[in-house]
Design a binder for this molecule. Structure first.
Ligand code: SF4
Ligand code: SF4
Length: 379
């Protein structure tokens, strides 16, 4: 039985004790870190404004590093692969680079990528990922609890996508296309390959709505931790009222889910405002011929939609679009939905939150019919 530890924290001012409450039991479970090296992998999407909730809070990063140091770790490193900025640039902007250096924490962007065979070869034979994680005795995955247009929520398992290098990430979006089930399997392959030893979820201020880059803050005031990323994700998703997370469904089909129990100061379960999901009818197409399936995906999946009032014409969305399905025209992006694979990279990286995922009329209608049928069936 896996344990998921919870603690509460009103804010980030004095969060050390709350992080210790979810991390020290994990260190104990692993037999201690005395004399061992630890790699931290926090979620650092981009730091575009003070207290940008797209990233793990700086205080959480610093306190986690201090806890490992105090527990006797011989080396603590922070590695990540942000989409646009470098790791030192983000940490500098956060105002914690010097403090981390004084603590002796090595801070760098992943550089060495190599092909790694997947454990199960369910869909993919191998993945090209950052090799640095193998140089450390332990890996600590630190995620920000956020909504995500493509995967509904991004937690510890999704955070591992940062081990894939930037250009390959676009390539994976292209390869997987609109098949979010494949993307979920890709994330599970990553999880099985890396298997972080420690996991922390920063849920003090979560992101809801237009995540993972431009959603709204949602105070939930908790930290969660577990030695199993998947158990942590399942527990947190349930706590936040997210049922049927595609990642968890696929993990269930692959028999990867173990029993877990929540212990500690468990917060009240308060749902987050979720982005429009890709579509509950998505899997209905899986037994259909590929042509019809493709048509269903094209017509049903939520589409990227621009709010021209928020757009500043920076062109970041154009640069981040894997299949080049949007082009800047007269200072605004124009979407070509026939080739758009609904990866929402444009929405994720827009610095102004000017792109949202929008449910299609057909999807809304089918969901409405489905809900009514289900209600009638229950009655
Ligand atoms: S990234 Fe956002 S702000 Fe920049 S051009 Fe695209 S939509 Fe506009
Ligand atoms: S337009 Fe946006 S959602 Fe569509 S493929 Fe490009 S980045 Fe992905």
């Amino acid at each position: 039985m896996t344990t998921v530890y919870y603690s509460k924290s009103a804010d980030y001012q004095d969060c050390r004790a709350a992080i210790e409450a979810v991390l020290l039991p994990q260190i104990e479970e692993r037999g201690g870190v005395q004399g061992k090296s630890v790699m931290l992998k926090p979620n650092l999407l981009a730091w575009r404004r003070p207290d940008d909730i797209a990233c793990v809070h700086p205080a959480v990063i610093v306190e986690t590093a201090k806890i490992f140091k105090a527990a006797g770790a011989s080396k603590v490193a922070l590695l990540e692969n942000p989409a646009v900025q470098t790791v030192p640039a983000i940490l500098q902007a956060m105002g914690i680079l010097d403090e981390l250096k004084e603590l002796g924490v090595y801070c760098e962007t992943f550089k060495n990528y190599c092909r790694q065979e997947t454990e199960e070869k369910v869909r993919f034979h191998d993945l090209e990922i950052a090799a640095e994680f193998k140089e450390y005795d332990f890996v600590c995955d630190i995620c920000k609890v956020k909504t995500h247009a493509m995967m509904t929520l991004t937690l510890c398992v999704k955070n591992l996508f940062g081990l894939v290098n930037g250009s390959a990430r676009l390539g994976w979006h292209l390869a997987v296309g609109r098949d979010f089930e494949q993307f979920a399997d890709l994330l599970l392959d990553l999880y099985l390959r890396v298997k972080p030893d420690f996991n922390i979820a920063d849920g003090v201020i979560c992101m809801e709505g237009n995540g993972p880059g431009s959603g709204n803050p949602a105070e939930r005031n908790f930290f969660a931790g577990s030695t199993d990323s998947l158990a942590l994700d399942r527990s947190v998703a349930e706590l936040l009222g997210v049922k049927d997370l595609l990642l968890i469904q696929n993990a269930g089909k692959r028999n990867l889910c173990t029993e877990y129990r929540n212990v500690g100061d468990i917060p009240e379960a308060l749902p987050l405002v979720l982005p429009d999901p890709p579509g509950i009818m998505l899997s209905w197409g899986l037994t259909l011929p590929p042509g019809i399936r493709e048509w269903m995906r094209k017509t049903m999946l939520s589409r990227p939609l621009l709010d021209p009032k928020k757009c500043i014409g920076c062109g970041m969305c154009e640069r981040m679009c894997p299949p080049h399905s949007l082009k800047m025209k007269n200072g605004n992006p124009v979407f070509h939905l026939d080739t758009c694979i609904r990866c929402y990279c444009c929405q994720e990286h827009c610095p102004k939150g000017a792109i949202v995922s929008k449910k299609t009329f057909l999807m809304k209608s089918l969901e409405w019919i489905e809900k009514r049928l289900l209600r009638r069936h229950r009655d």
